[in-house]
Design a protein around this ligand. Structure first.
Ligand code: 4AZ
Length: 833
């Protein structure tokens, strides 16, 4: 046996010999081209000869290593491997990808079927028997339908007792080929089931018998859900718990999550039949996040159905809040990816509130009684009904209802989103506001009916009831506001919104500046930064301490000074010097201004001119504007986020330090969106929202990204201020193409009464700005962006308005309407600091 080296030498010798012969054969071929058969035979003989030369395995091996053979073998092996890998990919990835699941959660009531306690246990024979029966019926419905080929299975998840019947909760799964359309739509799935029940309806009942199963057609609800909802709720999930409140009024503790390790956890609550569930949250620790990946969602059902969301908690709770279901079941669905998971609270079975009372209001100005929203102070459920009958002592007296944060307005074309009211046969809609109102009924014995009409749980309300003199609603020397409040007559036209809806400040002649005599100048002119009196008396002693009001600057110490625009003006006005603290805002780097290249109503901005301007992109498309408030907060308009998908921060990005679309210095992801809780989608009142970034923008962006200054409540804009609206929105109403360069247009602020003359009812939270010709204005796409004002040439820029709405764009005498930012200063600080 030779050494490995010797073997190699032998092998190479054999190789050499074979190579020489091959070379000879190639030479032969080149001269005997005409006799191909002959040549092939020769080649074959030579080949046989060369094959015979090496002996045994070694020879074969040596032969295999011959270069052309090696290439052939490698090619064959590669081919086989590729075929195998491709087949595996096809089986495990593409095939699976090309079929995707469509998941649904549903519920319906089986009428007149007796509920037995064994149905609570999914392992019991009774449950399995009943579930199989229902499953068979539902499967039959879908196997006979147009989506039969896609239908996979129905899983009955819960049977609970519902008024004289059984409430069935179920999952349904369809397998949909990826490229096939139409997919299984939510509406279609619901219609198929309802149609089947409908065809089986007999007589005038709502109960149809499907293969003997009495299904109440009115109770059917089917919603599309995510695959993760299905997998985290069904068998094999790590965290699904069932709890019962078997005795009315006995609180069952819910402190079960300290040891919970997963991301999703579900607790199904059931109470005694005929009762409702009150859930009380005493402590809930959660990292404020996107409200999708991190949230506690409370459902008015036992499965996570979108149409049954009662409430979503995305912020930590330390005080107590409670909410009430509309039936005897509730689902708590925890989804928490970050931080500690701590939840403390309880739930109890409570009786449905019989909300009906007779109230006698005494004569005199005192409060006679209180009315409360059902289950007060719990949040209002989506369904409820109350009737209050009032009686005053004589026909000259009407009934006054004073609400803390709620207002009733006559119902228009739109549905009532936050409460439906019928007062002596006239319909009103309720909505939430940030101040008190008085609703006056000119009748001595009115009947007031209230029905809950919110999609989710809503804020509770309370009202003080009293009687009032119909012919003279307010006391002597008092004035009746449109909000129903009474204010002193001397407060009319004093420049302060005493009525809360500015009804004391309309039809006021423009305050004239009277600088002579003993009367002090009008409060609007006092210490507003402009010398209105020739002797300058309106601008003296502006830093002396005085009583606080909305038009006086409040120092951090709590004391107030007369000077209105004391914040960050470069002068120390407060004793504690707080007015010049946190002033790294509103100063763009000195920029070279561009030539006067006019675009409809505006001109191109210059890089770095508006470093607080941000562009908000939804699913990759420019959608709204915003302004930078700090290293991790932006401010924008609530209406940019008012629909379901729009409120999901995961679809949004903020483009910062950008002049031309597509050239942002920084693109930030959004962590959460805070929409004002009183935002009214019909009136655009409270049109303000805050966006928290996932990460602060890099400080190195310095001059090109900077916060705008936030005006204090007292901040006033005078004629000497310069105000500009900026954005990438359309340049005219008919425009089809958005500009790529950031546009700017200088606009003037209108008085509130001029604004009302143009638009009728505008709220105190709105302000108008524009030019009489309409030529310079904001438009679609500018929404949420800034209206920035500067008091002097080198002064800081303050965010005075947020682009909100208007009648078209650029129309004469129809200015743009902006959210009045100084009305929200404390709301903003409460959220961002
Ligand atoms: C809008 O649709 C919009 N002319 C914004 C501002 C104005 C009009 C419409 C004001 O976003």
């Amino acid at each position: 046996m030779g050494t490995e080296r010797e073997d190699n030498q032998q092998a190479s010798a054999v190789d050499d010999g074979a190579a020489q012969q091959d070379a000879a054969s190639i030479a032969d071929v080149s001269v005997e081209v005409a006799t191909v058969d002959h040549t092939l035979q020769k080649l074959y003989r030579k080949y046989r000869k060369t094959r015979r030369k090496p002996k045994g395995l070694k020879r074969l091996w040596a032969h295999l290593l011959n270069v052309p053979h090696l290439a052939l073998i490698i090619a064959a092996v590669v081919f086989v491997v590729v075929v195998i890998v491709w087949s595996l990919l096809w089986v495990f990835i593409f095939r699976r990808e090309s079929n995707s699941g469509a998941y649904f959660a549903g519920m319906f009531r089986l009428a007149n079927v007796e509920f037995i306690p064994e149905y609570r246990q999914a392992e019991s024979h009774e449950f399995v028997y009943m579930a199989n029966k229902i499953q068979h019926v539902v499967s039959n419905v879908y196997k006979m339908s147009s989506v039969a080929r896609l239908y996979k299975q129905t899983v009955i998840s819960d049977l609970s007792n519902s008024d004289s019947g059984i409430l069935v909760h179920f999952w349904m799964v369809f397998v949909v080929p990826r490229l096939k359309s139409p997919a299984v739509c939510e509406e279609c799935v619901g219609v198929i089931f309802r149609d089947s029940v409908h065809t089986s309806l007999r007589n005038r009942t709502s109960v149809g018998y499907l293969l003997g199963l009495p299904v109440d057609i009115d109770s059917i609800l089917i919603n599309a859900v995510q695959r993760s909802d299905y997998t985290s709720n069904t068998a094999g999930s790590q965290c699904v718990d069932k709890m019962y409140a078997n005795l009315p009024g006995v609180k069952v503790p819910l402190n079960i999550f300290s040891s919970w390790g997963g991301v999703s956890c579900h607790v199904k609550l059931t109470a005694v039949p005929g009762s409702l569930i009150r859930l009380t949250v005493n402590l809930f620790l959660i990292e404020p996040s996107d409200c999708v990946n991190d949230a506690l969602t409370v459902y008015d059902a036992l499965l996570p159905m979108r149409g049954r969301i009662l409430h979503r908690l995305c912020e930590p709770v330390s005080g107590s809040i409670s909410l009430v279901s509309t039936s005897n079941v509730m689902l708590l669905s925890f989804r928490m990816t970050k931080g500690n998971k701590t939840f403390r609270g309880n739930f109890e079975a409570i009786a449905a509130e019989i909300c009906m009372s007779q109230i006698e209001t005494q004569s005199g100005s005192g409060i006679s009684a209180q009315i409360y929203s059902p289950f007060y102070p719990s949040l209002l459920p989506p369904q409820c009904s109350c009737t209050w009958r009032f009686e005053t002592s004589n026909s000259a007296l009407g009934v006054a209802l004073q609400f803390q944060n709620y207002v009733l307005k006559p119902k228009g074309m739109k549905a009532c989103d936050h409460g439906w009211w019928k007062v002596n046969e006239v319909i009103f809609c309720g909505s939430y506001v940030g101040h008190s109102t008085v609703f006056r009924i000119y009748d001595r014995s009115p009947e007031v009916e209230f029905r809950c009409s919110s999609r989710h749980a809503a804020l509770p309300f309370q009202a003080s009831c009293s009687s009032y003199n119909i012919s003279q609603p307010c006391a002597e020397n008092h004035f009746l506001c449109s909000t129903g409040l009474c204010v002193e007559k001397k407060r009319r036209c004093d420049g302060l919104d005493d009525c809360q809806d500015e009804s004391d400040e309309v039809f006021c002649s423009r305050p004239t500046m009277k600088c002579g005599g003993n009367r002090p100048p009008h409060p609007l002119f006092v210490c507003n930064g402009e010398t209105d009196c020739t002797d300058g008396r309106d601008e003296i002693n502006c830093t002396q301490e005085t009583t606080c009001s909305a038009i006086r600057y409040q120092c951090r110490s709590g004391s107030c000074i007369l000077k209105k625009n004391a914040k960050c003006d470069g002068v120390h006005d407060c004793e504690d010097r707080s007015d010049e603290m946190d002033c790294a805002c509103g100063l763009p780097p000195t920029v070279k201004k561009d030539g006067p290249e006019r675009i409809v109503g505006g001109v191109n901005s210059v890089e770095g001119e508006w470093p607080w301007q941000a562009s908000l992109h939804f699913s990759g498309n420019m959608y709204c504007g915003a302004s930078v408030l700090s290293s991790d907060w932006l401010i924008s308009a609530a209406h940019c986020f008012s629909k379901e998908r729009l409120s999901d921060p995961r679809y949004w990005t903020a483009h910062l330090g950008m002049l031309t679309q597509g050239s942002a210095k920084h693109v930030a992801e959004i962590q959460r969106i805070v929409v004002h809780e009183y935002y009214n989608a019909y009136t655009f009142d409270y049109d303000i929202a805050l966006l928290q970034l996932k990460k602060p923008w890099p400080t190195s962006l310095g001059p090109l990204v900077q916060p705008v200054c936030l005006p204090p409540t007292s901040h006033t804009v005078t004629d000497s201020h310069r105000c500009w609206v900026t954005g990438w929105g359309y340049r005219s109403e008919e425009d089809k193409v958005l500009p790529s360069v950031l546009q700017k247009a200088e606009v003037s602020i209108l008085s509130q009464s001029d604004c009302k003359k143009r638009y009728g009812p505008v709220s105190p939270r709105m302000l108008c700005a524009g030019v009489p010709s309409g030529e310079r204005d904001a438009c679609r796409g500018d929404s949420g962006g800034p209206l920035s004002c500067q008091s002097s040439d080198r002064g800081r820029w303050f965010l005075i308005g947020i682009v909100s709405w208007g009648a078209g764009c650029g129309r004469p005498n129809l200015p743009g309407v902006y959210t009045r930012v100084n009305k929200f200063t404390s709301w903003i600080y409460n959220h961002i600091s």
